[in-house]
Design a protein around this ligand. Structure first.
Ligand SMILES: [Zn+2]
Length: 119
């Protein structure tokens, strides 16, 4: 697609798409990185349902959030009351990453188009 366009046109097109991405990023909601996992535990108390010899029912689900920030892995439990909110924040973070990834791609194309124009 890039090669079919005149360099000037493609530069304008790429700049317009970058401007659109910037507006989407501006509207970005609360976010946080990571992934959720669901866990079930055994408490170990004798006579508890989790230790039932026939039909053990473990405690849970508990939701655990794992993420890496600046090379440091962190893991924390998420309360059920805030689960929906955290899921929304995780989805927003994925969107943020997708948008910035697109921006980088467009920036590379734009640099290339400008080089062509100057050549
Ligand atoms: Zn138990």
């Amino acid at each position: 697609m890039l090669t079919e366009m005149k360099p000037n046109q493609s530069i304008q097109n790429l700049e317009a798409r970058i401007a659109h991405l910037k507006r989407q990023l501006q509207a970005q909601g609360p976010m946080r990185p990571g992934s959720l996992s669901r866990q079930y535990n055994v408490c170990g108390k004798s006579g508890c349902r989790c230790k039932d010899p026939k039909h053990p029912r473990r405690h849970g689900p508990y939701y655990q959030l794992n993420y890496v920030y600046r090379g440091k892995k962190t893991s924390k439990f998420i309360r059920r009351e805030v689960l929906k909110q955290v899921q929304a924040e995780l989805a927003n973070y994925k969107r943020f990453r997708r948008l910035t990834e697109q921006w980088i791609g467009l920036a590379l194309n734009l640099a290339q188009a400008k080089e062509k124009l100057a050549a």
